[in-house]
Design a protein around this ligand. Structure first.
Ligand SMILES: *Cc1c(COP(=O)(O)O)cnc(C)c1O
Ligand code: SF4
Length: 349
């Protein structure tokens, strides 16, 4: 089972790939030829938030490299267990902003629908790592309530499929939901926030594209990619198919210590996204969620980093630096200062 599964990935369907994800820390370490001395901490940390990594994502990691930026996002480690002051279970207070089950309506004009409580990958830094998803698995009558809520509030012009990962839902559910939303006249746009095309690019099937794009609603898909090494030929194909169907592709990333906290890493990410026809949208400062403090990059460093990007890349490939603040009416922009570095000017002697 361990060996050979990698070669079948390209032809397998996404649900099989999802079901065969690696969830055992011992197997992950073995697959990547990492020392078994890492196992006790991995098991301890996986106890409160399990390991989960699908094969196509695992395939992009370098063997034998504990610092691999993809591995770092999924491997449970001992640092998660040291409590840090200020790092809490629900940093955004979202558990109390559910207008109804399955709905998060915090921002004017836009409404998040928790379409699927599951994720295809468990990201160690996730601000929802302690979120009680099971409370948000909607029954049929709750779906009707959620749709009634959208119908009754004419200020909602955009519905955002979120989760968990909304693309963990099956195509029939997504097609039904999208048709129901498109039948509400004041909804003008559909947006999908997802990490699934990054970890299982095979998720972008013709059936999915039909389900999302088969109505009058223009569709924007915001991918969640944190590192250039997360993009390969398969994700490139998936992006190309979506763009061909008219989907606008954006990306949001989280600024993560040891993953993408250098100018080089961010520049490579922006360039790789640009190559795939995906525009960087947001770069989020980490939310202070318990167990993720080792990923924190301080504000000043983040400002300088994005300031440096603005001097070496096209502006449209530089993401907006933002943070989420509980109770604010939108994502809060974080100011950035241009880095003056004369030596980088091309026409100087
Ligand atoms: C991020 C987010 C949105 C969308 O915000 P944009 O700035 O439009 O991308 C909507 N609702 C919630 C709760 C969010 O966290
Ligand atoms: S896919 Fe998104 S919601 Fe799911 S664990 Fe990763 S960051 Fe969190």
């Amino acid at each position: 089972m361990i060996h050979g599964s990698a070669v079948r990935v390209e032809s397998a369907n996404w649900q099989n790939i999802l079901a065969n994800s690696v969830t055992s820390p011992a197997e992950l370490l073995h697959r990547l030829q990492l020392e078994s001395s890492l196992l006790p901490a991995a098991l301890a940390a996986a106890d409160s938030f399990p390991l989960r990594v699908p094969e196509p994502y695992l395939n992009r990691m370098r063997s034998g490299d504990i610092h691999d930026p993809l591995l770092r996002q999924v491997l449970p480690i001992g640092e998660e267990l040291t409590e840090q002051p200020g790092y809490v279970l629900d940093p955004l207070g979202e558990q109390h902003t559910n207008a109804r089950p399955g709905i998060i309506h915090k921002y004017h004009g836009r409404l998040l629908l928790v379409v699927s409580s599951g994720c295809a990958v468990n990201c160690r830094y996730c601000f929802r790592r302690h979120f009680p998803y099971d409370d948000n698995n909607l029954s049929t009558s709750e779906w009707d309530d959620a749709l009634d809520y959208i119908r009754s509030d004419t200020s909602i012009s955009e519905v955002i499929y979120s989760g968990g990962d909304p693309l963990a839902a099956n195509d029939r559910r997504l097609a039904w939901l999208t048709r129901a939303i498109a039948a509400i006249p004041h909804v003008r746009r559909l947006r999908v926030h997802t990490r699934l095309p990054i970890v299982i690019p095979q998720r972008i099937t013709p059936e999915l594209i039909d389900a999302l794009c088969g109505t009058r609603l223009p569709v924007t898909m915001v991918w969640h990619c944190n590192h250039a090494a997360e993009l390969d030929a398969l994700t490139g194909d998936a992006a190309a198919r979506l763009r061909q169907a008219g989907v606008i592709l954006l990306n949001q990333a989280v600024l993560l210590r040891g993953v993408n906290d250098s100018v080089e890493a961010q520049q490579a990410l922006g360039e790789a996204l640009g190559d795939a026809g995906i525009l960087p949208y947001y770069l989020h400062l980490l939310d202070r969620v318990r167990g993720a403090s080792h990923f924190m990059v301080p504000d000043d460093e983040a400002r300088e980093l994005v300031g440096a990007l603005l001097t070496c890349m096209p502006g449209y490939l530089v993401p907006r630096l933002v943070r989420e603040v509980a109770g604010e009416p939108g994502k809060v922009p974080v100011s950035v200062e241009l880095m003056h570095d004369a030596s980088s000017k091309p026409n100087q002697a």
